[in-house]
Ligand binder design. Structure first.
Ligand code: PEP
Length: 245
């Protein structure tokens, strides 16, 4: 199981201390085989890595530039720079970034550049509310996955996070039947691409200690991408504890 904390644009150096209780938890035998990954803002990657480097916790970035080479891209961070901080993962295709101009082609280039640097990719896909209402979810997922993974053959380092956009930060989660259907769609799309074997699929969108267990009972997934609740160490721990019995 994966438990990925997406801190979005939150956190200063002192907030890294919030991982203390998770560090303790990650040492317990029961949690040893599970993956806990913190994705703080770029500014905290190095310090966070130094804090957890002797533990089983890993660090990831929340985005990267599509260009692997260094160059005149003011304000951008590429996968080489991310790698140099000690981070092992990067979130790509998050709806926050799709909303700010990321498209399938750009996302495909970002994924390729991250894989070239041996980073593991947390590839986010998901439909918006209006797309769901128009019954377009399957075709949106198919477009995002097929285009996002175009000409990529190494799938070992890719994790898919299914994040319905209408569920992110809203407190809403899909109904059981809906979640099953959409996760099965993702599996089907991956098998059409003959790339299904090694890809883990996570769910993200308003995951909380109150719904984590129910979500896992609804469908066979490999963990959660957690936004808001991961900023609160107690809530994040409770999500992990409720998910693993
Ligand atoms: C996210 O931003 O990836 C996310 C899942 O957020 P939240 O858990 O707050 O809905």
């Amino acid at each position: 199981m994966y438990f990925i904390a997406n801190w979005k644009m939150h956190g200063n150096t002192k907030d890294i201390e919030r991982s203390n209780s998770i560090l303790k938890l990650s040492k317990l035998k029961k949690y040893k085989n599970h993956k806990i990954i913190y994705c703080p803002p770029y500014t905290l990657l190095k310090d966070f890595y130094n804090k957890v480097k002797k533990s089983r916790i890993s660090i990831g970035a929340q985005n990267c530039h599509a260009n692997s080479d260094f160059g005149p891209f003011t304000g951008s961070i590429n996968s080489k720079l991310i790698k140099s901080t000690g981070a092992k993962y990067v979130i790509i295709g998050h709806s926050d970034n799709r909303n700010q101009g990321d498209n399938d082609k750009n996302i495909n280039n970002k994924i390729k550049s991250a894989l070239n640097e041996n980073l593991k990719v947390i590839f986010c896909v998901g439909e918006k509310l209006n797309e769901k209402k128009k019954n377009l979810t399957y075709s949106i997922l198919k477009k995002q996955i097929v285009k996002g993974l175009d000409k990529i053959n190494n799938f070992e380092n890719i994790i898919i996070a299914y994040e319905p956009v209408w569920s992110i930060g809203t407190g809403l989660v899909p109904k059981s039947s809906e979640l099953k259907k959409n996760i099965n769609s993702i599996k089907k799309i991956l098998s059409l691409l003959r790339k299904s074997k090694k890809i883990n699929i996570l769910y993200g969108g308003s995951v909380s200690p109150d719904n984590a267990k129910d979500l896992l009972e609804m469908v066979n997934i490999n963990g959660f991408l957690v936004g808001g609740a991961s900023l609160n160490a107690k809530k994040f721990i409770d999500i992990i504890k409720k998910s693993i019995n």
